[in-house]
Design a protein around this ligand. Structure first.
Ligand code: HEC
Length: 145
């Protein structure tokens, strides 16, 4: 190979590597944004569970819709090797089926609760079980800050 071709090849390899790093930063940003949505949707509902915020069915339904939607979008945003620069633990890729299963459970529980919750009493009976999965997953798969 001529020197010129070698230089071009090296520049190309650098560009590909840079693109991979950027793609990885992008995927981390996307999944953290979806997780942040889950947190923001949960905040007012947590207040309702504690009784510090009045019960509001529409807000509860909106939270459950966000859980179902984001839980379906999240699994593909954890490609192998994308842990660096994030709070995702390596256990995710050692136990990916279990990890993905928790997203499936969250989406299914959210849809079931969406149908079951019609008033404050059914809210208090059905909502806590849905958000238990957040903690279950964070305990095993997310870095403690
Ligand atoms: C299947 C696993 C799993 C489930 C279920 C899950 N999370 Fe997460 N969550 C994670 C992981 C892993 C991270 C770290 C992601 C990263 O830093 O790339 C995270 C990060 C977060 C963050 C921080 C986002 C940021 O700003 O960096 C919030 C807030 C959050 N989750 C809220 C929730 C809530 C609320 C629920 C339930 C409604 C939930 N999560 C369900 C795995 C999960």
């Amino acid at each position: 190979m001529s020197r010129r071709i070698l230089v071009i090849a090296a520049a190309f390899a650098t560009a590909v590597a840079a693109t991979a790093v950027m793609a990885q930063a992008e995927v981390v940003k996307q999944r953290e944004a979806l997780m942040k949505d889950l947190g923001n949707a949960t905040k007012p509902v947590g207040g309702m569970l504690r009784g510090s915020v009045p019960f509001d069915l529409a807000t509860v339904q909106a939270a459950l819709d966000t859980y179902a939607k984001n839980a379906k979008a999240l699994p593909v945003l954890f490609p192998a090797g994308s842990g660096e620069g994030s709070d995702a633990l390596p256990t995710i890729w050692e136990r990916k089926a279990e990890f993905d299963g928790l997203f499936v459970k969250l989406a299914a529980d959210a849809s079931a609760a969406r149908a079951a919750i019609t008033d404050e009493a059914s809210f208090k009976a059905n909502f806590p079980g849905v958000i238990r999965t957040c903690g279950t997953c964070h305990d095993s798969f997310r870095k403690k800050s």
